[in-house]
Structures are given as structure tokens and as C-alpha cells.
Design a protein around this ligand. Structure first.
Ligand code: C2E
Ligand code: MG
Ligand code: MG
Ligand code: MG
Length: 300
């Protein structure tokens, strides 16, 4: 109906605007339908302890099973969801889904001898808009009560760039989540122009080294030094570090040698459906990813 009323005599620029508006409305309508008809899913990507190659946890990453387009990655709809404000409803769905999928994963990781560090965690992504516009701490609190999940098993991830747009606005909500026991990770760290004074005022527990530096670190000495500097910063302020985007064994080895505790990337595993993640959690004892020379002998 909207497209049918399109005026014939628009200038090219006005026509482009019009078309963009129609496309945005169609996208918004599709996202509302996706929520109503439960077309979203959380995939889980393993996060690995680089010193031992053991599973440490997972990051939950949203996917959209669009009946017309198939599996749609978040980059194709999260920006539109943020622009329309629908992100708040999507994040509420994410929190509910975390409550559903995390208990069996934690349960599967429990069969560990006390000598081995196996308390798994699951991290999930929220935006600055969520923190400013909806009661994220309240939603999480209700979910924790409903499910009995230990708050320490969950981490919020928020990108450095959005965090730094309104650090004061995010601070109160993050402080409540941290006080409730969740970890707080700054995502894509190194790309978002953090002010260090803002960083120190936020209740952060983890820095995630952006994958741009990890990808370039073997070829570019400067990127390697940036990674080293971020690892050093994390150590100095007493937070954990996760290197993102590890695609090869060489990066895993280099990062392990640099003392980076945790790593994530296609080298270890792609984001996977829940059933596969559950199988990985249940097999935590047999699973050893290759992160360094120590594993050479037994894994050929
Ligand atoms: P992110 O939080 O930084 O997540 C990591 C992204 O890097 C994921 O892309 C993951 O699939 C990808 N990745 C992981 N390892 C590798 C690797 O070795 N090489 C390469 N090239 N890529 C790797 P994905 O799932 O497409 O998500 C993109 C972004 O969308 C996420 O970046 C996050 O900012 C956002 N996002 C994902 N799920 C959610 C969600 O539930 N809510 C919100 N608000 N944002 C989400
Ligand atoms: Mg993330
Ligand atoms: Mg990231
Ligand atoms: Mg990212």
C-alpha cells in the first residue's frame, strides 16, 4: 500500500530517501513478526582457556531464521533494530532465552573433578540503548530468580564504542548488574576511543580485544604491540582479557605466550546451535583445543 502511493515526480535524492524509508518500515515489520513468531535463535561460540585448551564458556550470538532469507546474521538487522527501538524487545527475548539455554549447559559442565577449573560461563550482548531505555538489571534479576542460574555464570557484553557514547547513562545499570554478581565485558576493545577515566569508573571485569588487532598481529608488529598493551592494561586494572577472532593456531600460540587467558574464534569453533554447544559442554573433559606447542605431541 505504501509503495503504491509512491509519487512519480520525485527527485533522485528524494526517491532514494523514500525507498530507504519504505525499506526500513518493511524491515521493522519483519522484525516484529520475527519476535511474535519466535524466529530468533541464540547460537553459542566457545571461549577457550589458552593455557590449557579447555572450554571456559560461550558467547551467545543472535541469529534470525527468516522464512524467506534463511539464517540472517546480526549485522543485517541489529542496526535497524537499534534505529527503530525494537532492540529493547529483542534484548528482553535474549535474556529470556539465556534463562532457558544456560541451565543445561552449566549442568553438563558440572561433572568435573574439583582439581579442574570448569565452571563454565555464558556471555551475551546488550546495547547502550538497552541500558538507557529499559530495566535490564530488573529483567536479569527476574530471570535469575526464575531459573536459579548462579549470577557469576553470566556476563554482559557491551561494545566499547556504544559504551563511550554515554558512559554515565550506562554506569548505573552496569553497577546494578555487577552488584547482582554478573561479569561485565567491554566488547571490541581498542576500537571505541575509551577514555581511561571513564573505564575506571565502570564496574568492568573483562576486556575483549577486538578481532582487528588479533587478525593483523602476526603480520603487523604495531598490532601485536597494541594487543600486548591491551593485555597489560587488563592486568594493571585487574580484569580478565579475551582475544576475539582467533582464526589460526599461530595466533592462539602467540596469544597464549603473551599471557592472554582466554580466546575465541573460528580456530576453536564457530557460533553453533544449542545442541552442539551442549555436546561440547558435556565433553569438556575430552575436548582440548590446540593453543600452543605443548599440544603438538599428542595431537599430531
Ligand atoms: P561481537 O559481540 O563482537 O561478536 C563476535 C562476532 O565475531 C560474531 O559475529 C562472531 O561470529 C564473529 N567471530 C567470532 N570468531 C571469529 C573469527 O575467528 N573470525 C571472524 N571473521 N569472525 C569471528 P556475529 O555473530 O555475526 O555478531 C556480530 C555482532 O552482532 C556481535 O559482535 C555483536 O556486536 C552483535 N550481536 C550478536 N548477537 C547479539 C545480540 O544478541 N544482541 C545484540 N545487541 N547484539 C548482538
Ligand atoms: Mg560480543
Ligand atoms: Mg566483539
Ligand atoms: Mg563486534
Amino acid at each position: 500500500a505504501v509503495a503504491g502511493s509512491r509519487p512519480a515526480a520525485l527527485s533522485p535524492a528524494a526517491r532514494a530517501d523514500f525507498d530507504a524509508t519504505v525499506a526500513a518500515l518493511a524491515q521493522e515489520r519483519a522484525l516484529r513478526r520475527a519476535l511474535a513468531q519466535d524466529e530468533f535463535a541464540l547460537f553459542l561460540q566457545p571461549i577457550v582457556r589458552l593455557a590449557t585448551g579447555r572450554l571456559a564458556g560461550f558467547e551467545a550470538l543472535i541469529r534470525w531464521h527468516d522464512p524467506e532469507r534463511g539464517l540472517v546474521p546480526p549485522a543485517a538487522f541489529i542496526p535497524a533494530a537499534e534505529a527503530s527501538g525494537l532492540i529493547v524487545a529483542i534484548t528482553a527475548w535474549v535474556i529470556g532465552e539465556i534463562g532457558r539455554i544456560v541451565p543445561p549447559i552449566l549442568q553438563a559442565g558440572l561433572q568435573a573433578p574439583a582439581s579442574v577449573e570448569t565452571s563454565l560461563f555464558v556471555s551475551f550482548n546488550v546495547t547502550a540503548q538497552d541500558l538507557a531505555r529499559s530495566d535490564i538489571p530488573g529483567l536479569i534479576d527476574a530471570m535469575l530468580r526464575r531459573t536459579g542460574i548462579a549470577p557469576g555464570a553470566l556476563k554482559l557484553e557491551i561494545t566499547e564504542s556504544t559504551l563511550m557514547q554515554d558512559p554515565a547513562g550506562a554506569a548505573a545499570a552496569l553497577a546494578r548488574c555487577r552488584a547482582a554478581g554478573l561479569g561485565i565485558a567491554v566488547d571490541d576493545f581498542g576500537t571505541g576511543y575509551s577514555s581511561l577515566s571513564h573505564l575506571s569508573a565502570l564496574p568492568i571485569t573483562t576486556l575483549k580485544v577486538d578481532r582487528a588487532f588479533v587478525r593483523a598481529m602476526l603480520a603487523e608488529p604495531r598490532d601485536r604491540r597494541i594487543v600486548q598493551t591491551i593485555l597489560r592494561l587488563a592486568e594493571e586494572i585487574g580484569v580478565a582479557a579475551v582475544a576475539e577472532g582467533i582464526e589460526g593456531r599461530a595466533e592462539a600460540e602467540a596469544l597464549a605466550a603473551m599471557g592472554c587467558a582466554l580466546g575465541q574464534g573460528y580456530h576453536f569453533g564457530r557460533p553453533m546451535p544449542q545442541a552442539d554447544a551442549l555436546a561440547a559442554a558435556a565433553a569438556w573433559d575430552a575436548l582440548r583445543w590446540r593453543c600452543g606447542p605443548a599440544e603438538l605431541a599428542d595431537s599430531g
